[in-house]
Design a protein around this ligand. Structure first.
Ligand code: GDD
Ligand code: MN
Length: 388
């Protein structure tokens, strides 16, 4: 029967693998994450349509349940223009995961990421596409980046604080990459689907910085071209940059460096734990020297301060995405204190056992005891206090 086996191939899969167009699919998909961009999406579609004349394209809006009627505007445009599509996510946030899901919902062999607030200069899109195309005797780039930090590019009207923050973030971002990129924090870029697919399964998908995530997730450094553009000033709507975005950036950096070996949350939990030790020592000092408590009471007081501090920091930082609110904070704090107490008892018994009957050196016994309680505190708190 061998000769009669079906010889058909999955055309779409084949096209994806070969990075060529499939019938009826546009060549380029512009993925635009949006959150409350009511006044911007209309002008954005017009601007993209204008610059991409002659190219077959689609726009994939990824809306995280905007409350300002953004989706109504998009569906109104889509009813007249089938090139406009949308994914509506509920109970989800994050620019990176929005881009990933938008890209995956399309078959286009080229994918662009662009903000929905008109701050990215759309006239770069055709130049990016051209830079990615192979021409006879010349291999095109794998990623074309709209860059603020190459000659001709700029950050527009940012104040000193935002410019300084962007600068620092860029330096940190560059440190985790094995290849030179002037603007790894840019949210404006285009890449081949085949390139995206090599990174897909290693993506952290945390927070805002999807370009950095993609480049750091690729098995080999990609061929990159950076095209300059001037970051425009936002006219309508508001920026979504807040402290959560910075926390997510820190998470992404940790995940991209040590994430292979240790879960990011554990690193944060341990970091908070070390702050707890400093807190403990400070509280102990105050209780002993300023208040004049006897040592045992001072130590008890310092332990309580440290537990409270650790709980608060873990609630805001380590488990910021599952933060307890209202009355549940008190319930969580009580449970956290119990878990830490059990951890401390475990720590003490393991360390004493190692130091006594096993006769290992004091520092090793102490370290193993402390590590054990850290792992215990982490595992039990994440399972019972900050459950998913
Ligand atoms: N779906 C979705 N979900 N979209 C979001 C979310 C979200 O959680 N948060 C923000 N957006 C959308 C906004 O509606 C906008 O279209 C785009 O993502 C960028 O958000 P802004 O809040 O305007 O970001 P920004 O201007 O501060 O940051 C820009 O600069 C960075 C470079 O410093 C963005 O372009 C980033 O992508 C870029 O990395
Ligand atoms: Mn913006």
């Amino acid at each position: 029967m061998r000769g009669r086996e079906c010889k058909c191939v999955d055309v779409r899969l084949y096209a994806r693998l070969m990075n060529v167009m499939i019938p009826n699919s546009p060549e380029l998909c512009v993925v635009v994450p949006v959150l409350n961009e009511h006044d911007n999406v209309g002008p954005l579609v017009e601007a993209v349509a204008r610059v991409l004349e002659g190219v077959s394209w689609e726009i994939m809006f990824v809306d995280d349940d905007s409350r300002d009627g953004t989706r109504d505007v998009i569906s109104d445009i889509a009813s007249r223009d089938p090139r406009v599509r949308m994914i509506h996510r509920v109970g989800r946030r994050g620019l990176s995961s929005a881009f990933i899901e938008g890209a995956q919902a399309s078959f286009a062999p080229y994918i662009a990421a662009m903000d929905g607030d008109l701050q990215h200069d759309e006239s770069l899109l055709p130049k990016m596409l051209e830079a990615l195309h192979d021409t006879p005797g010349h291999q095109g780039a794998e990623i074309a980046i709209g860059s603020r930090y190459v000659p001709g590019g700029g950050i527009g009207e940012w104040d000193k604080k935002r410019a300084g923050m962007s600068n620092l973030a860029t330096k940190l971002g560059q440190m985790v990459l094995k290849t030179e990129v002037a603007d790894p924090m840019s949210g404006f870029f285009m890449l081949r689907r085949a390139t995206f697919d090599t990174a897909l399964r290693n993506l952290s998908a945390i927070g805002f910085k999807i370009l950095l995530d993609i480049i750091a997730s690729m098995p080999t450094p990609p061929r990159i071209i950076e095209l300059p553009f001037q970051f425009r000033t936002r006219v309508a709507g508001e920026s979504k940059l807040d402290s959560g975005v910075m926390r997510d950036f820190a998470l992404l950096l940790v995940d991209k460096t040590v994430g292979h070996w240790i879960p990011v949350r554990f690193v944060l939990f341990a970091g908070v734990g070390s702050i707890g030790i400093v807190l403990h020592m400070a509280a102990l000092l105050v209780a002993l020297k300023a208040v004049g408590l006897p040592f045992a009471s001072a130590q008890l007081w310092a332990t309580m301060v440290a537990i409270f501090g650790n709980f608060w920091l873990n609630n805001v930082i380590t488990f910021g995405d599952r933060k307890l609110k209202g009355a549940r904070i008190w319930w969580g704090l009580a449970l956290f204190a119990v878990i830490c107490a059990v951890g401390a008892i475990g720590n003490l018994s393991v360390a004493s056992f190692l130091f006594g009957p096993q006769m290992v050196s004091w520092w090793f016994a102490g370290f193993v005891g402390a590590l054990m309680s850290l792992v215990w505190n982490y595992a039990v708190s994440s399972a019972f206090i900050w459950r998913k």
